[in-house]
Ligand binder design. Sequence first.
Ligand SMILES: [Zn+2]
Length: 631
Amino acid sequence: MRKKLLIPFAGMAVGVWLIVGSGGLGVPTFRTAERATPPTLHERPAIADTWDLTRLYASSDAWQKDIQSIVREAALIASYKGKLDHAHHLYEALSKQEEASRKLEKAYVYAQLQFDTHTTDSIAQQRLHEARRTAQKLTLATSFIGPELARLDDKKLERMYHAEKKLVKYRRYISELRKERGHILSEKEEKLLALTGEAMGTAAQAYRFLLDTDLAFPSIKDEKGKSVPLTRERYVSFMTSPKQAVRRRAFEAVYGTYAQYGNTFASLLAGEVRRNVVYAQARRYPSARYAALHASDIPESIYDQLISTVRHRIHLLHRYTALRKKMLGLSALHKYDLYVPFIRGKKREYTLSEAKTMVREGLAPLGAEYQQKLEEAFRNRWMDVYSRTGKTGGAYQTAVYGYPPYVLLNYNGRLDDVLTMAHEMGHAMHSYYANKTQNYLNANYDIFVAEVASTVNESLLLRRWIEEAKDKKERAMLLNRYLDTFQGTLFAQTMFAEFERDIYQAAEKGEALTADDLVRRYRKLVAEYYGPALTLDPNVGYEWARVSHFYKNFYVYQYATGFSAATALADRLLHGGPEKREQYLAFLKAGGSAPPLDVLRKAGVDLRNPEVISRALDVFEQALNELEKLA
Ligand SMILES: [Zn+2]
């Protein structure tokens, strides 16, 4: 997972504050499931295994001073409202905004990191609350900049660049802000749309409440026959239970509950789809999908190509499903049998120092410079390693421009925890290289490439382990795990993407999206993707209700494209030599200095070409061939 503030300078999202992350229930992979088991607590970790926040602020007074100065600067920026058609004023407003944003990024991340390691501490809670309020103030104070820039005509803007040479620094930022100007409406219409904003967000908000608070699942019997209340976290954990009866009970309890509220879930999802369709139509975009992809300069053909390329070789997933059924020795394979490892290895624990060595060795193909920086990360407290009371769960990376990145782990000694460390260090090194090479405005990498560097690292480790496996059994266990990542990311996310494409197309044609309709569409996709070896349970068509990422429109396909790009890149790093390595490092260094497809092309991977997806499918096929023989 990557946690990053999208600050006002981070491209189109001006005035929007977001904490982005990935994983969660939309991606029911083996790895996510493993993380759900409660980790051992280390109440007094060694200082070396905690992160060093004094790099950001030596004292809380210094933090408070920054917060106060951001509030003052916000008021100052607001005084430029209506004056941005003057070159010097524009430069001043933008440079003040840049300065305030940098300060806010630092203050916000500091508050967030402190909170995440001390969630029950009232001072940490209050500090985070203050950081959020300050963020809102700055967002509000700078919200006029985008619309005012959009109203300038091209000729006028060119004259302004001549009149104020320093303004050239912001050329790319300004053109990003003006990119959507053909879709900005009259002032009156914009005001009307703004008024609808909160109401139009109702579906997404109600879905969250339903999922997080209101919906209760029945209790089920666990492996030991003990009755336990089912939660979404436990569900993920139960999916890897070696006992099929436990997996079935969990599945039936969860999907049965979704089915029970089927009409509610359907009208919420239909409402969310309708919202995006209405906004796209109001702003004269050709479609809701076009509007969503346009923000990252991704052509819609990339999306369709992904689906058609995966579909073309879907028999590979059918073979995987059949192999799973055979290996698990089941007379019928169900959806709830897709996440449990079918070859189990010996349980082993890895110490932190062993884990570091495994990550170091696995990432050797990235070269000496990368390795040195990795050593520095390990030595100089970039990571907060262990779980303890009050610390937030999971794992993420976040970075402040001009400072070393921070990585949160809940390291628990499993093979999965070693992979998670490699994953988060992938994000951290991406941030490090981008921040070191690019100026503040161009450093932030786009969400489209966000999971590439992390997935490359995981892939490098897994492939090394497969190569170095001690015996057939261990090799088969690792191949099983490797194939599962393709199932959970490349195939499942492409299926989600196809479902999303279809329901938006239906909505744009004016068709209603009822529960029956959604279930029928989803069920058909599951049957076509997973093939004849999968037995379809009555409620399997309700899975869409579980995927919270459908409330981030046209987001999921990026998991599949990012995973394919990462698979191709890991290949090039393993077999390519120093030239390919330099190209990969150039990608990390490029950050957000160009549109994401161009940045990826620097690394030697062009997603405009369906070959990238095909190549990932080739890798899957090779591993599948081998495991079929070993099995
Ligand atoms: Zn990640």
